[in-house]
Design a protein around this ligand. Sequence first.
Ligand code: GUN
Length: 283
Amino acid sequence: MTAQLIDGKALSSQLRADIARRAQALKAQGKVPGLAVILVGDNPASQVYVRNKVRACEDVDIRSVLERHDATMTEAELLARIHALNTDPAIHGILVQLPLPPQIDSHKVIEAISPTKDVDGFHVASAGALMVGEPGFKACTPYGCMKMLESIGMRDLRGRHAVVIGRSNIVGKPMAMMLLAANATVTICHSGTKDLAAMTRQADIVVAAVGKRHVLTADMVKPGAVVIDVGMNRDDAGKLCGDVDFDGVKEVAGWITPVPGGVGPMTITMLLMNTLASCEGLA
Ligand code: GUN
């Protein structure tokens, strides 16, 4: 192995210790950061994600309120809950776990969340603020990826070429905007981009966020490049793996994030960070 690991678990622990310290400082002023987590229905993966988020809040003294609703909840009922939470002074962040049942329009729901409490960073106002360089909440997964780059000394990316594979609204697009804001030259690709390897071989930084195994293989990576793997897939044996062929790519890259223990823990950490910042009045 030639690549050095970017350990998301270790970086998360450091950041969470800082979050816990800041939460304590708020407590001394009589303020407690509060996060409302809304789960509609009983999607098993969503139940695990929500449980992990609530547990992470407990560890850093952020108060979380978990609301579980039946899969039959109507859109109007959910919108009414969001309106109530928008005006609740004890709540600084509102997270609606996706996906929602088919009778509910997710976009409408996200747009109902006050941008001042949009700790997922999914609201059009948050995406727009990122695009024009104004303050606003940053989507947690790409924000975590930027923190991982900072942790290896890559804060100003002037002169570096970053290639993002995947163009989802919650990872690929905001990732590209954050890299651009850090002065990188950015190319956004699709998993079906013609000659994807020709693009990625030019990259100093590759972010793979497609949700498919082996999107990035060793022959597609420039020696010494930084490779960030946002994927969460299962291999044939049922083991968790990313979008990157880790065993091959680690022999070529300069830095690489593992799966598990890479981007995954960072996503929740940045959710905690956004909730804290909301309570501090910084976002
Ligand atoms: N579903 C899958 N990922 C996410 C996420 O980051 N936030 C929310 N709210 N739902 C999700």
